[in-house]
Design a protein around this ligand. Structure first.
Ligand SMILES: Cc1cc2nc3c(=O)[nH]c(=O)nc-3n(C[C@H](O)[C@H](O)[C@H](O)COP(=O)(O)OP(=O)(O)OC[C@H]3O[C@@H](n4cnc5c(N)ncnc54)[C@H](O)[C@@H]3O)c2cc1C
Length: 90
């Protein structure tokens, strides 16, 4: 469900951009939402695989590690929150 929500939300913001709308707030929101939601998805995915989910020999631990990058690159989650707050005049 979260993957579908993230995909739909991303397409919507991309569509707004294509319409020539100002999307500073929406872009920060979708980046923050998808990066943070991914953490929950990966956190749940690891134990589904039991002990293998933690082992270096299997890709799931790598996904868990690499997925953390989305909260750091292209603007950290904290910076996305700052952008959203600024756009809301908070
Ligand atoms: C070798 C390397 C390569 C990289 N390559 C890329 C790349 O190709 N593309 C890319 O997009 N990113 C890349 N990054 C990530 C990116 O450049 C920065 O690491 C990222 O923007 C965070 O900045 P910083 O490391 O200076 O941390 P800092 O700015 O020092 O932040 C440290 C922590 O404090 C928080 N923070 C900072 N300022 C505030 C504030 N005002 N309010 C609240 N919290 C705050 C940050 O969110 C973070 O959690 C790379 C990083 C490294 C180390």
């Amino acid at each position: 469900m979260n993957v579908e929500i993230m995909r739909t939300y991303t397409y919507r913001v991309a569509w707004l951009y294509d319409q020539g709308k100002k999307i500073h707030k929406e872009a920060a929101m979708v980046k923050l939402f998808t990066a943070e939601t991914l953490q929950g998805i990966l956190s749940s995915a690891m134990p589904i695989h039991g002990g293998y989910g933690y082992m270096m020999e299997y890709p799931i631990q790598r996904f868990r590690w690499d997925g953390r990058l989305f909260t750091i690159t292209e603007g950290t989650s904290e910076i996305q929150r700052l952008i959203i707050a600024r756009e809301l005049d908070l």
